[in-house]
Design a protein around this ligand. Structure first.
Ligand code: PRT
Ligand code: ZN
Length: 285
């Protein structure tokens, strides 16, 4: 029987969410992250715990069949792998930043400057695209302190909230790449493993859809139902049930949470009362 080998980050910013995602897909594995690999007992997958930098290579070489990691790392390593799903967590960007007292004049600013980074490939691509000659100082961590200690004039690093740049007296001037966690797959998965991957992706999409949507229940006079249906976005055919009180009904549907908040005032003005918004655990479209 085939088993799909999934590489996830052993410890770091991606590891908790990666494990949580698998658990939300109903996959159960013994939680020993000190071990190198663990097998799920109710789904044909094995999880390998690795450094995120190594995942693209392991997937290319089919030591693992698929991996969960940031797009930044996928495109930096440029291995022969396919990105098969975006996961929506660990969102960040790879940006260029310069000392805050410096005025940015466009990409030409970096001509003949020294830039510290852990992303030499993506930075080189950006510089080449903009026909800029600059020196790249490759360092593996604490990139943001490089200008302050005189190691470089600028940095190219991952930014999330921006507070690390701020505390190091830097300001962000160019975004090279927007990134989030993704699933990568090796090329040429055999048919059995492809089937397991499709099943896993089916579950992941059900989890993702559920997170983006909410179940909504509200009460309204029958006369207001048409108006309420017009206001609620994405509502195709809501369930309308009569209430014990004559002339009133209860309306049930699924709405995108972000869109729901935009229409709440209109809904109330249209006559909706007792609005309940409930999380959905799984949603299969
Ligand atoms: O040990 P291993 O090699 O596995 O892990 P790592 O230390 O290389 O990576 P880790 O765990 O730090 O990050 C893993 C992935 O998380 C990255 O490849 C990104 O895809 C994603 N990610 C999301 C981030 C951040 N947000 C992030 N903020 N990776 C790093 N940072 C760092 C950044 O380098 C900078 O030092 O956080 C600082 C900036 O954060 P803000 O919030 O101050 O802007
Ligand atoms: Zn790493």
């Amino acid at each position: 029987m085939s088993v799909l080998k999934i590489a996830i980050q052993k410890s770091g910013r991606l590891s908790e969410n990666s494990k949580k995602l698998l658990e939300e897909c109903g996959i159960k594995f013994s939680n020993g992250i000190s071990v190198l690999k663990t097998k799920a007992h109710n789904f044909p997958v094995e999880v390998l715990f690795l450094r995120d930098d190594d995942i693209p290579q392991y997937v290319e070489q089919q030591v693992a069949d698929i991996g969960i990691l940031g797009e930044n790392m996928v495109y930096e390593k440029a291995k022969e792998v396919d990105v098969v799903e975006q996961l929506g967590f660990a969102t960040c960007r790879l940006s260029l930043a310069i000392p805050k007292e410096e005025t940015y004049t466009g990409p030409g600013y970096f001509m003949n400057k020294k830039i510290a980074t852990s992303y030499p490939k993506l930075l080189t691509d950006f510089l080449n695209k903009n026909k800029i000659k600059a020196e790249i100082e490759e360092i593996s961590g604490s990139v943001e302190i490089a200008p302050g200690i005189g190691l470089a004039d600028a940095i190219c690093d991952i930014v999330s909230s921006g507070s690390t740049l701020l505390t190091n007296g830097l300001h962000e001037v160019e975004t090279i790449l927007k990134s989030q966690a993704v699933i990568i797959s090796c090329k040429n998965l055999d048919a059995d493993k492809k089937k397991i991957l499709d099943n896993l992706l089916f579950r992941i999409r059900a989890v993702k859809n559920a997170k983006e949507n909410k179940y909504i229940l509200l009460n309204a006079p029958e006369s207001a139902i048409k108006r309420i249906c017009d206001i609620l976005p994405g509502m195709k055919s809501p369930t309308v049930l009569p209430l014990a009180e004559k002339g009133w009904c209860s309306l049930h549907s699924v709405v995108r949470e972000d869109e729901f908040w935009e229409s709440i005032t209109q809904l109330k003005a249209a006559g909706a009362e007792g609005i309940l918004v409930i999380p959905i655990e799984k949603m299969i479209l």
